[in-house]
Write a protein that binds this ligand. Structure first.
Ligand code: ZN
Length: 68
């Protein structure tokens, strides 16, 4: 299910995690060459991706929310 990004947080390993409108977290790693998300490394890039939709597999699985 597509869900828009509403904010960001970091995990315990200092990786960026997107907060989705559905209440789920999703990692948005910049891990080239496999995952190229240079935008996530800058404040400007992260702000630019607010409201961009990501595919949320947790919704498809009916997972409980990651944050209130
Ligand atoms: Zn979700």
């Amino acid at each position: 299910m597509k869900q828009p990004i509403i904010g960001y947080t970091k995990d315990e390993e200092d990786h960026w995690v997107a907060k989705l409108a559905c209440g789920h977290h999703q990692h948005v790693r910049h891990d080239p060459p496999w995952t190229n998300r240079l935008w996530v490394t800058t404040q400007e890039g992260r702000e630019r991706h607010i409201n961009v939709e990501l595919e949320c597999k947790k919704c498809d699985q009916g997972a409980v929310r990651d944050f209130p």
